[in-house]
Design a protein around this ligand. Structure first.
Ligand SMILES: N[C@@H](CCC(=O)N[C@@H](CS)C(=O)NCC(=O)O)C(=O)O
Length: 247
């Protein structure tokens, strides 16, 4: 039964993918039941996923889970790592955690017309490369800066280490964006969008750092401004602002 429904799904997707008229209807076909996004009001990682869901025009419902609840049952049945985000996609019977894996899944499953992605080599892998950089560079270093900044006992060596890393990561992005609008090719992809919540969270950590980065790295500033003009990004950032207000 499972095998035949997978074959059916595969055939439907091939027909949709290879038929331009049907390709434009793909979202309607897939948009049967909303995807559940387990999120947090402040933490940036779930909001990366929210932006991709919105950019793909997928219906989703958000469930906020506190940092206490993430480490307990029943949430650890969804994500044994006790972190956010996680998703449940009832349309495909998929439960998934780790924001990079979730984004890749959403792109592979629902971006069949490559609105936010590429299917050519090397662009397909260059977009993945930048997502890995977001996950291994921006995500952890910015997260650690946030953690050390929140402690009552300030560890200046750790704060310096992670502020320097934030500056280094932003510098890498600034260099590659010189003369370019987007990280890969000529369109805004999922990988560009995945950097938005992380860069935005800096304003909660240090206004001085934000001011310094804006003047040192104008390409990153312009890139963020371009993305924050998108309706989907604006909508999600506004949802985050409202969610934080309710805390
Ligand atoms: N690599 C993970 C990181 C997830 C992560 O650290 N999420 C934060 C929220 S943005 C969290 O759940 N923190 C709870 C905790 O640290 O206990 C991902 O990208 O999904």
């Amino acid at each position: 039964m499972i095998a035949s429904s997978s074959v059916y799904q595969f055939l439907v997707e091939r027909v949709i993918h290879e038929t331009p008229v049907l390709s434009s209807l793909q979202f309607e076909i897939h948009r049967t039941q909303p995807i559940t996004l387990y999120s947090h009001e402040i933490g940036p990682n779930p909001w990366k996923v929210a932006i991709i869901l919105s950019a793909l025009e997928l219906e989703y419902k958000t469930i906020f889970v506190s940092f206490e609840e993430v480490k307990q049952y029943p949430f650890v049945d969804i994500n044994p790592n006790g972190r956010l985000p996680a998703i449940i996609d009832p349309n495909q019977g998929v439960t998934l955690w780790e924001s990079g894996a979730i984004i890749q899944y959403l792109i592979d499953t629902y971006d069949l017309s490559h609105k936010l992605s590429y299917d050519n080599i090397p662009d397909k892998y260059h977009t993945q490369q930048w997502l890995h950089f977001q996950m291994s560079g921006q995500g952890p270093y910015y997260g650690q800066l946030g953690w050390f900044k929140r402690q009552d006992e300030k560890q200046s060596i750790a704060i310096k280490r992670y502020s320097d890393e934030v500056r280094r990561v932003t510098g890498v992005l600034n260099k590659v964006l010189e003369g370019c609008q987007w990280l890969v090719g000529d369109k805004c992809t999922y990988t560009d969008l995945s950097f938005v919540p992380g860069q935005e969270i800096l304003s909660l950590l240090s206004t001085d750092l934000v001011t310094e980065l804006a003047s040192e790295f104008p390409n990153v500033k312009a890139w963020m401004t371009r993305m924050k003009k998108r309706a989907d990004v604006r909508k999600v950032l506004e949802e985050k602002r409202q969610a934080m207000e309710q805390l």
